[in-house]
Design a protein around this ligand. Structure first.
Ligand SMILES: Nc1ncnc2c1ncn2[C@@H]1O[C@H](COP(=O)(O)OP(=O)(O)O)[C@@H](O)[C@H]1O
Ligand SMILES: [Mg+2]
Length: 632
């Protein structure tokens, strides 16, 4: 289906969801589906729940909603959802607090909030997440505010729904003027959250504190209409278009909250605590919204150390959003960031991101007092690897050791920026682990927020990551070689046996192509036998023993293959690996490889490209590097 018809379908679907009717008709909806009257907090929790919750073996919960965008910080997410969203949904006291996400730079705070916003937008299109509001209200006011306070107990007994908040000054006036106080006739409509259209989702970011106007938060007088309505206190002469107005019923994001002037914070205080805020010359305006703010740790510390902020402090619930500490998950973060960047077309060699992730995670870990555990082991344990001498219980203990682990270290954005500059510098569309490590190292001196001590520590971690990569690289090349192992082993065995036969029977061999007569190839036989320490004196006995074994096999009708003789198999394996070493070494030498060597190299490269995700450039680079390692 083409994009235009998809868009048409989409429009059509949305058209169908639209609804408007009188308050009387709205009450009919509520009778059937009381959940549409849920609070903002409850809607958020139900949105998350609607994507599915899984219980892990250890009893912890995994929320599918976060699965594909936030990696490796499951514990923090669980705490956030359970201790804040879930409790707030049940109208517990946390609802009356500002949610403050605290974490290191580029640790995913904004990403998390953006997900919640997108999630709410989508949810408002679903049946269970439907939202209704007084039609024509700039704050999409809850229609239930129309029910006078003295009848709310009765309403509760009939509908089982609690009403909070008072009808806004604007709608109080409209009720009187437009509807002659006939509440049942007031028009209600279904609304859909949208940050772009500023419905149910607001964002406030601090700018210059001197020039920033409280109107950004609470709206302002519309001077062009004062003349028409005669007074500043006429709500029709006021624009309810501050972020707090617009975010009503949904979510309000307060970016870098503690950078803000205090006067802004006091509005939040009243809003969270009392569910209302003051705008212009009006009575308090009720609003139901979830306030999520974020900050870094340093600002937070300064904030709580200031006595003046005590009242605010007690109205805030702080949730840590630390860096991820699992190498595999860190790799996924980079993959995601690269997919979303303009580097998506660049070839990043296998293990390059993993190597970077090893470095990054190391910078975030804290030393353990436990016996025999160094940072590398800790890193592996955290990533779910098996480390000899440690059990799962040890990992739990390790995690408990430092509550603030993950609040410092290198951030993912630094890594992505360095990869990007490595690409520019190398001027190539192919980049490998060594390029990345070099770029990470070079960038350390330019990184403003790294202290001298940390820089030295981090440089050590670059070397550690490099060592880890060396092992991976060697194994990778061996793997690519071993892939054709069966074939090579068979060929080598047959070749060896032909020669052994000729040697023992004092016969000649014939070249299969030219038909020329050849003597048994002593050099070849010895090169294999030497692998398992068979001396010149013992070679004859060994060869005869093999021939006896072959005929014994033949008598029983079994086929003799390279698994049939333990020591011979060992010899052939070792010889193959030794050949590999030579082949790889040759790629690094200046002299040009001969034809058969070249063939091998090309085979291994083809294998790396076809099966292991390399391109020819990165595969060649890998072989060269492993060659230099083997030459050391
Ligand atoms: N745990 C994580 N999972 C997924 N992406 C992450 C994670 N931590 C950081 N990122 C990525 O790093 C980048 C910076 O994150 P951001 O949300 O802007 O951080 P913050 O607001 O905390 O400074 C984003 O591209 C984000 O997707
Ligand atoms: Mg941010």
């Amino acid at each position: 289906m083409d994009i235009l018809s998809k868009m048409k379908d989409y429009r059509h679907e949305h058209e169908k969801l639209k609804w408007e009717g009188t308050f009387r008709e709205y009450l009919e909806i509520l009778k059937e589906r009381p959940e549409v009257a849920q609070t903002a907090h409850s809607r958020m929790y139900n949105m998350i729940k609607s994507h599915g919750i899984e219980e892990n073996e250890d009893g912890s919960k995994a929320y599918k909603f976060f699965n594909n965008s936030i990696f490796g910080v499951e514990d923090s997410i669980e705490r956030l959802v359970e201790e804040y969203f879930h409790s707030a949904a049940r109208r517990l006291d946390v609802r009356k607090r500002i949610l403050l996400l605290m974490g290191p730079v580029s640790g995913g705070k904004s990403t998390l909030v953006n997900m919640l916003k997108r999630g709410l937008e989508q949810f408002s299109y679903s049946d269970e997440g439907a939202v209704y509001a007084i039609k024509g209200c700039p704050m999409q006011e809850d229609p239930l505010h129309l029910i006078p306070h003295h009848l709310r107990e009765d309403f509760f007994s009939e509908y089982g729904i609690r009403i909070e908040g008072a009808l806004s000054p604007l709608n109080t006036m409209r009720l009187e003027e437009e509807y002659g106080n006939r509440v049942e006739d007031v028009m209600v409509e279904r609304i859909f959250f949208s940050e772009d259209k500023r419905t149910g989702i607001g964002t406030f970011s601090p700018s210059d504190p001197k020039s920033q106007d409280i109107a950004d938060l609470t709206g302002s007088i519309d001077f062009s209409t004062i003349a028409e309505y005669g007074s500043e206190s006429d709500p029709r002469a006021y624009r309810f278009d501050g972020e707090l107005n617009k975010a009503n019923r949904g979510l309000m994001e307060f970016q870098e909250m503690l950078k803000c002037d205090e006067k802004f914070l006091w509005h939040l205080l009243s809003l969270t605590q009392e569910g209302n805020f003051k705008a212009g010359r009006f009575a308090l305006i009720s609003a139901d919204e979830l306030i999520v703010a974020h900050t870094n740790e340093a600002e937070y510390r300064t904030f709580i150390n200031n006595k003046k902020n005590e009242a605010l402090h007690s109205r805030i619930i702080v949730m840590n959003v630390p860096y991820n500490l699992k190498v595999t998950e860190e790799e996924r973060i980079y993959e995601k960031m690269i997919r979303e960047s303009d580097m998506a077309h660049v070839h990043i060699a296998p293990h390059a991101l993993k190597t970077a992730a090893i470095f990054t995670v190391l910078t975030r870990l804290k030393d353990s007092k436990h016996q025999g555990i160094d940072l590398v082991k800790k890193m592996k344990l955290y990533d779910g690897e098996v480390v000899e001498g440690f059990k799962e219980q040890d990992v739990i203990e390790l995690r408990k050791e430092h509550q603030d682990e993950g609040m410092t270290g290198i951030d993912p954005r630094y890594v992505i920026n360095r990869i990007s500059s490595a690409i520019i510098r190398k001027n190539s569309k192919s980049i490998n682990a060594l390029d990345v490590l070099r770029a990470l190292k070079d960038g350390l001196s330019q990184h403003a927020s790294i202290s001298k001590d940390d820089r030295e520590r981090y440089q050590d971690f670059i070397s550690v990551a490099r060592k880890e990569y060396d092992e991976i690289a060697k194994q990778e090349v061996q793997k690519a070689f071993v892939y054709s192992y069966e074939e090579s082993a068979k060929t080598m065995l047959n070749n060896y046996l032909d020669n052994v036969e000729a040697f023992c029977n004092n016969q000649k061999l014939y070249d299969p192509i030219t038909g020329d007569e050849l003597s048994a190839d002593e050099k070849l036989m010895r090169s294999i036998e030497e692998q398992i320490g068979i001396s010149e004196n013992a070679k004859k006995a060994f060869r005869e023993e093999i021939l006896i074994r072959i005929s014994a096999y033949a008598r029983k009708g079994h086929k003799f293959d390279y698994n049939s003789h333990e020591r011979l198999r060992e010899a052939i394996q070792k010889k193959l690996f030794a050949d590999l070493k030579d082949v790889v070494k040759i790629t690094t030498s200046v002299s040009t490889p001969d034809e058969s060597q070249l063939k091998k190299i090309n085979e291994v490269i083809a294998r790396l490209v076809d099966e292991h995700g390399y391109n020819t450039t990165s595969a060649n680079e890998l072989l060269k590097y492993v060659g230099s390692l083997l030459n050391r």
